[in-house]
Design a binder for this molecule. Structure first.
Ligand SMILES: Cc1cc2nc3c(=O)[nH]c(=O)nc-3n(C[C@H](O)[C@H](O)[C@H](O)COP(=O)(O)O)c2cc1C
Length: 265
């Protein structure tokens, strides 16, 4: 049979396909644990970033273990879930912010008028992270998320121990347009959040992103953040998701409970 016959060409093509398929699937399976580990590390890194605990060259997992205390809280009561009540899903290691709102037993539908973050359902439980120093709570990190223009944006908001001053804010996942909505990642914009006050002295929710620039000479500028230019929809999304999670439907009851327990310094 001629070496360049149609039969031979098909045989070689099929052979190459099989070898490639095996190589690709082996690589995908073999790399999965590494991908999972890197994803987890990335998450821890973001938590340490808002906690202001990232140190170059230091082991992320070690710093996290030493300085951060995760807790699962019930949003409705604001109570911490005790360790004895941890389950396979409801525990800090496996807590999945994306999956839980789809679990019918562990989530609720958000009434339309109240769904300002555009997330439709919410988990009845959320994970929060306490930053402790010498046994005292120094900061609290709250995961927040909601709809932007193109995507659901996932972020972390860190409050100081007064439970109203922002110590840092970041998004660790979003699909907004680079240069427009994607400017939520711009360190300059993120820095604007530092030191802003989310509640007034009567614990009324005040934080707000405005269109344009904040007038720093005005008394209420401490409650306001500059909007992102050319990204009104993303900006509105961030404003709404922050207000949703800090409000009654989000961490409101939990934060109130912390204040009553004397955590607010
Ligand atoms: C390709 C493309 C990508 C865009 N990406 C975003 C975005 O990520 N976030 C956003 O708010 N607006 C985005 N916009 C702009 C919106 O369509 C809308 O014009 C804008 O939010 C209005 O903002 P402004 O009032 O600040 O100009 C995009 C527009 C185009 C054409």
């Amino acid at each position: 049979m001629e070496i360049n016959s149609t039969k031979n060409v098909i045989k070689v093509a099929i052979g190459v396909c099989i070898v490639c398929a095996v190589l690709v699937s082996t690589a995908a399976v073999a790399l999965k644990p590494l991908q999972k580990k890197n994803k987890k590390l990335e998450k821890l890194k973001n938590i340490l970033y808002v906690a202001d605990l990232l140190e170059k060259g230091k082991n992320i997992e070690e710093i996290f273990k030493e300085k951060i205390q995760p807790a699962i809280i019930e949003l409705e009561t604001g109570k911490k879930l005790s360790k004895e009540n941890y389950t396979k899903i409801l525990n800090p290691d496996n807590f999945n912010i994306k999956k839980l709102p789809h679990n019918p037993n562990l989530s609720i539908k958000i009434p339309k008028g109240m769904d300002i973050a555009g997330i439709k359902r919410k988990s009845r439980y959320m994970i929060v992270y306490f930053v402790k120093q010498e046994g005292k709570i120094k900061k609290i990190i709250l995961p927040v998320y909601g709809l932007g223009l193109w995507s659901t944006m996932y972020g972390l908001l860190a409050l100081d121990d007064d439970l109203k001053t922002v110590s840092a804010f970041t998004f660790y996942e979003h699909g907004e347009t680079p240069g427009l909505g994607g400017e939520v990642d711009n360190p300059r914009w993120k820095n604007l959040w530092k030191g802003k006050i989310v509640f007034d002295k009567n614990w009324k929710l005040k934080i707000e992103i405005i269109k344009g620039k904040v007038n720093a000479t005005k008394k209420d500028s401490k409650y306001k953040i500059d909007g992102l230019s050319g990204a009104t929809i993303t900006t509105r999304g961030v404003n709404n998701l922050v207000r949703f999670w800090l409000g009654e439907s989000g961490y409101g009851t939990f934060l109130k409970k912390l204040r009553e327990d004397g955590v607010a310094g």
